[in-house]
Design a protein around this ligand. Structure first.
Ligand SMILES: [Ca+2]
Length: 254
């Protein structure tokens, strides 16, 4: 009887969770909760596991563990990603010192190995030496398309960062802490890419912590960005991709 009651409560909880967190599931999610080793696992189960390079350090994150990068150490995480034309990237990030040069949060590149060619950095998100959050995309045959430089990221606190690329509307939009801070029109399809370089943009590594990096194969709405930010990726993420039901990962595992 107790078992039956437990199952009923669990089922009700799942229904409740599905209603509360009725939003897309990421196709790749790096939660950085491992705490040790050189693998940053993809929590979706889709197999986009990342590899730590140049010794980023495991530490506290925004949610559970996180990874800490240094500019001097050139640390980063390389993870395979699916090629997408419409996508959303989001993460939590903080930098610990006002940078004296640009520090990279993430770029998506046309190969696994580091490549000095700026043209291979198909999607880039970074913070300038002024503290301004910036981004760039490179559609195929179009060249650099820069996001507007509108917002300073506060140092020494966790900030929620998102970039949406929407092939249907032809717009790329950057978000900081749930607010759209800049949008640019573009044309064409994205240049082919195969890997995400987390904690790095070009040759410039991040200086601080990064946590809960997620990639979606669709353009999230402004409300969905806010919901993901407020409820946490642990709450919205399933162990699977879009074709399977999302569930309250974080709550079930507790
Ligand atoms: Ca985490």
């Amino acid at each position: 009887m107790k078992t039956l009651r437990f199952i009923s409560v669990l089922a009700l909880s799942l229904v409740f969770c599905l209603q509360v967190y009725s939003m897309p599931s990421p196709v790749a999610l790096w939660q950085f909760n491992e705490g040790a080793g050189t693998v940053a696992g993809d929590s979706t189960g889709n197999g986009y596991n990342g590899t730590l390079r140049n010794d980023p350090q495991w530490g506290d994150g925004y949610s559970g563990g996180g990874l800490w990068f240094t500019f001097a150490g050139g640390s980063n995480v390389i993870a395979p990603v699916p090629y997408l034309n419409t996508l959303t990237i989001m993460m939590w990030a903080q930098y610990t010192d006002t940078p004296t040069t640009n520090i990279g949060l993430l770029h998506v590149q046309a190969g696994e190995d580091e490549n000095a060619d700026p043209g291979s950095k198909i999607i880039g998100i970074w913070v300038e030496n002024t503290g301004i959050l910036w981004g760039r995309i490179i559609p195929d045959g179009v060249g650099n398309v820069n996001l507007p430089k509108n917002a300073v990221m506060e140092a020494n606190v966790w900030n929620h960062v998102a970039l949406i690329i929407n092939a249907d509307s032809g717009k790329a939009t950057q978000y900081l802490n749930g607010e759209a801070i800049g949008e640019v029109d573009y044309s064409g399809t994205m240049t082919a890419f195969t890997f995400a370089n987390i904690g790095r943009q070009g040759n410039e590594s991040w200086e601080g912590g990064i946590d809960e990096v997620a990639l979606f194969d669709q353009a999230l709405t402004a409300d969905e960005i806010k919901e993901a930010m407020s409820n946490g990726l642990g709450g919205v993420s399933a162990v699977s991709s879009n074709d399977k039901a999302s569930s309250c990962w974080g709550e079930i595992k507790d």
